[in-house]
Write a protein that binds this ligand. Structure first.
Ligand code: BGC
Length: 368
């Protein structure tokens, strides 16, 4: 087994004028993760196929300019609030909060998406790489001031990426605040096990440990219904090719132009009402062509699956490839979208004195 190691190099300047770096983490199990301190963005991620051949399996760019040319949040840390908040409005007690940034408008209906105009993905974070035992990793920290994008409270956030000798990429999130505020962090990596130039991910097989999902209105805001997946194109309980039903006649699929929905994980807090913080199996993605797999485990109650439906992205990725329609799939562990407006769902509000905690593992392997 190789020794875990890391190295660092310059990555260029962001459109906000911040100097970014890139870190290469070499795991003892063979997986290699290249990440930038620019929003924790994943630049490359090499995993072995069934013959042991490594390939970069994420969509990313060779410099901040790539991301800055147009960005559906490729591979970054999302904060302070991942996913949508209807009209950017919610209440804390009797106090009405209205976020100024309605940075997204599906169906022509404005909402706050992924933290607003300049979410946490668009900042250079403090970064501290480490080797600990047979793992290698990096600790990212960021301070979001009170009033950032309209959110109340100064939040200190910490995200740790760890690459283990078992080819697990673990993401641990922590945050504290000095005023009550909603926090819902996630990682927005887009996988394509054929490589980012490999075309569509419709041939990948996806299994999701969820018997229900949260349908949305035309603005992609949950209606409040928790609907069974049985008999719908959203039934991935036994594993299904992503492309199998993606074009089926369905109002819900039409709203997302494909899969862009939140599944309620069977063993998670939202489905069971039991306490959070236990690692549960969420999903498995398999590429039948080369055998690459990832299993997603998380402490979160839900999973947003997004099949990059708003392309052609008209962007050029690392190898000069054109990023095509459905070139990646994001498996975003999270609380349900618009949770601040659903007191009946597990809360995303964090109070002063509490520590927001969330963990997700991407366990890479192969199916023979
Ligand atoms: C959302 C999509 C959105 C995408 C932006 C996903 O997390 O679910 O609706 O278009 O992020 O990149």
């Amino acid at each position: 087994m190789a020794k875990p190691s890391f190295s660092v190099c310059d990555f260029g300047v962001t459109k906000y004028g911040e100097q970014a770096k890139k870190f290469t983490l070499k795991g003892a199990g063979g997986v290699v993760l290249e990440v930038s301190d620019y929003g924790g963005k994943v630049v490359r991620l090499f995993t072995p196929d069934r013959k042991g051949k490594l390939k970069d399996v994420v969509v990313g760019f060779d410099s901040p300019a790539g991301w800055d040319s147009g960005d559906p949040y490729w591979g970054c840390i999302i904060g302070r609030y991942g996913n949508r908040i209807a009209k950017g409005a919610f209440k804390i007690g009797a106090k009405k909060i209205k976020l100024p940034a309605l940075n997204n408008a599906p169906g022509g209906i404005g909402c706050n998406l992924h933290g607003g105009q300049r979410g946490w993905d668009a900042y250079v974070w403090q970064a501290q790489p480490f080797v600990k035992g047979d793992s290698v990793g990096i600790v990212f920290t960021h301070v979001s001031p009170d009033g950032d994008e309209g959110f109340p409270g100064r939040v200190e956030a910490k995200v740790t990426y760890t690459l283990t000798a078992q080819n697990v990429w673990r993401v641990d999130y922590e945050a504290t605040t000095d005023k009550i505020t909603p926090i819902n962090m996630t990682q927005h990596v887009y996988f394509n096990f054929k490589g980012e130039a490999g075309g569509t991910i419709e041939d990948h097989i996806l299994k999701i440990a969820a018997k229900s999902f949260t349908p949305t209105d035309k603005g992609q805001i949950p209606t409040g219904e928790i609907r069974a997946v049985k008999g719908t194109p959203f039934d991935f309980t036994r594993g299904m090719r992503i492309g199998e039903m993606i074009n089926a006649p369905s109002e819900d699929l039409a709203i997302g132009r494909g899969y862009d929905h939140n599944w309620v994980l069977d063993k998670g807090q939202m489905a069971t009402g039991r306490k959070p913080r236990q690692m549960i199996f969420a999903a498995k993605l398999t590429c039948p062509l080369n055998g690459r797999t990832v299993e997603v485990y998380t402490t979160e109650p839900c999973l947003q699956v997004y099949t990059s439906n708003w392309s052609d992205y008209n962007q050029t990725a690392k190898g000069g490839e054109h990023l095509s329609f459905r070139c990646g799939v994001a498996l975003e562990t999270q609380h349900a979208p618009d949770s601040p407006n659903h007191p009946e769902w597990p809360t995303t509000f964090v109070k002063p004195g509490e520590v927001y905690k969330s963990s997700t593992e991407f366990r890479f392997g192969t199916d023979c």
